[in-house]
Design a protein around this ligand. Structure first.
Ligand code: FAD
Ligand code: DLZ
Ligand code: SF4
Length: 507
């Protein structure tokens, strides 16, 4: 009478629903390192090492807590290298009588889980993932009652429901949203605290050797590797952020600075997504810092909104949109992703910096992802499936439930506006305002046409012109279309020719 509990690489949480209430004497937890997961996209080596090391540490923690853990290593000769194969083998090995698992965050893996009962002939219970603050059902209910799924409305609902940053029924600090204070450009002389670096122990060293041997051809630097890979280290990373970076997180949330990969960001997304931290405990810690007076309200609220608001919201969108969401292509974009996304070899300095950070760290912060990498891909008309695969592969926090809505919806507008009310399209002026990248660039951000003109400028106008039919009715874009119509016919032609020449040059 053994209950088999397959536990996936991004479910490293002791309170996981599949473990709750189970008699440890009658259960076997299955954790499997499989090539199918390591290769469905060409993951950054740091991401693979992070997940495998955290899995191995978590297995040890479960054993110490009295669980029987059946851990299948990647180089085990009997490993079938797929979840299906390992669940089938383990069911036989343990004479299992039933399977309990928590729903995966990717439709592709959910399809596998749905097949485990037929595959093994055993009853298989797929439990909801209770690590989130809201439930799938409550989000679906909220969404079913509205025409537009506005993140801010949902966020306020969750603030009220959870009591986070609330004084009674009023928002703490006197307002729901302090975003207007959170758009400061970078200024000279700011001191950026170093990001914590955790020394690799024996387990991590073994994983690094394995990943170096198997995945060195993938995009990205494996070393240096300083990730938190245990719950204890994750808590240290959380405390470090609260003390050293959260106070200025709000002010410089959207800023980008050459050579400063981390700035005041938390870099907690990979730890939350894999299960080593819960989203609620992170919000509670930020609120506590505000209440203790060590963090201003614009920082605490801005940070909490990212997690209680955006993170929960994109998760809800993922579930209601369904598996076909990944094929969305509202703007009919078909261009191949430029090769320099993988090589980093480009003379557009903003892209070079964002890709460089991605290569070094398996990480780039939000505005680099949205307004540089995503924006450029959308302006040139990249096929959404290709940029989706790139984002899924290169970031340490990327799993489909969170990556797809952010990329296909927010950054590419490929879902036609389910996620956002307008495309996040921007020219060079935005990047120039929020970064120092343009100073170090061979292009002139002030020019629209000519050999030195910043490519973002002509691409931006060309994007609007190309999609005028689809977008001109959008109220939030009328000012942009008004701007486009103010150009003379000749200037419009020059701009579009400039964009066409540039796109031909990168084809
Ligand atoms: P911080 O700036 O410190 O923000 C705090 C936390 O808020 C993050 O740790 C994260 O948990 C949460 N958060 C912030 N914005 C979002 C958001 N839009 N969606 C979900 N959570 C959010 N985030 C991922 O976790 N995985 C992804 O694969 C991913 N892909 C993205 C792709 C694009 C094109 C864009 C525009 C955003 C993407 N994001 C993704 C959201 C966001 O960029 C990252 O969560 C953030 O950069 C992670 O760094 P951080 O922990 O330092 O975040
Ligand atoms: C991303 C990843 C990788 C690279 N390797 C494994 C693995 O070997 N074993 C595992 O259980 N999970 C891995 N993962 C994470 C899974 O891909 C993730 O759990 C699913 O995509 C569901 O989100
Ligand atoms: Fe990027 Fe244009 Fe600025 Fe160069 S000038 S860094 S291409 S926005």
């Amino acid at each position: 009478m053994t209950i088999l509990i397959p536990l996936l690489g991004d479910q490293l949480y002791h309170g996981l629903a599949s473990l709750a209430g189970v008699d440890r004497a009658n259960a076997a937890v299955l954790m499997a390192e499989v090539m199918a997961e390591a290769t469905y996209v060409p993951h950054h080596p740091k991401k693979i090492a992070f997940i495998l090391s955290a899995m191995r540490h978590f297995a040890d923690e479960l054993r110490a807590a009295g669980w029987r853990v059946d851990y299948v290593a990647l180089d085990d000769p009997a490993n079938t290298q797929s979840f299906d194969g390992e669940v089938a083998r383990a069911a036989l090995r343990h004479g299992a009588s039933e399977i309990r698992t928590v729903e995966a965050g990717e439709w592709r893996v959910i399809a596998m889980q749905n097949g485990w009962a037929a595959l093994t002939g055993l009853p298989c219970t797929i439990l909801p993932d209770t690590r989130f603050i809201d439930t799938r059902a409550d989000f679906a209910d909220w969404a079913s009652q509205r025409k537009r799924l506005v993140m801010e409305d949902y966020y306020r609902l969750l603030r009220k429901r959870t009591g986070v940053l609330m004084d009674g029924d009023k928002p703490a600090g006197g307002a729901w949203n302090f975003d207007a204070d959170n758009r400061k450009p970078p200024k000279k002389g700011l001191a950026y605290p170093p990001h914590p670096h955790f020394v690799a122990d024996d387990i991590t060293q073994q994983v690094l050797t394995l990943v170096a041997a198997r995945f060195s051809g993938n995009f990205g630097d494996l070393l240096p590797f300083g990730y938190a890979v245990t719950r204890a280290d994750a808590l240290l990373a959380l405390a470090d952020f609260m003390a050293r970076r959260l106070p200025q997180f709000g002010d410089y949330q959207d800023a980008m600075v050459t050579g400063e990969d981390h700035m005041f960001h938390s870099e907690l997304s990979s730890l939350i997504n894999i299960g080593l931290l819960t989203p609620m405990e992170v919000c509670v810690a930020a609120e506590a810092a505000y209440r203790a007076g060590t963090v201003p309200i614009n920082a605490a609220e801005g940070f909490i909104r990212q997690i209680l608001g955006w993170r929960e919201y994109v998760r809800g969108i993922h579930w209601i949109a369904g598996p076909q969401y990944n094929d969305s292509n509202h703007l009919g974009a078909t261009r191949d992703l430029p090769a320099f996304y993988w090589s980093g070899e480009t003379d557009l300095n903003c892209l070079k910096q964002a890709i460089g950070s991605t290569r070094r760290n398996a990480h780039a912060h939000h505005i680099q992802r949205l307004m540089v990498l995503g924006n450029f891909a959308m302006l040139i008309g990249t096929a959404p499936a290709q940029i989706h695969e790139w984002f899924l592969a290169v970031y340490d926090d990327a799993y489909e439930w969170v990556e797809a809505p952010n990329v296909i919806g927010m950054s590419q507008f490929a879902d036609g506006g389910l996620m956002g009310s307008k495309p996040y399209a921007g020219g060079g002026a935005y990047i120039n305002r929020m970064s120092d990248y343009c100073k170090g660039c061979r292009y002139d951000v002030k020019q629209r046409t000519g050999p030195d003109a910043c490519p973002f400028n002509s691409l931006y106008w060309d994007f609007l012109a190309r999609h005028e039919e689809a977008l001109k009715g959008n109220q939030r874009l009328w000012r942009m279309y008004d701007g486009w119509r103010r150009f003379s016919g000749e200037e419009q032609l020059r701009i579009r020719a400039q964009a066409a020449d540039f796109m031909a040059s990168i084809a």
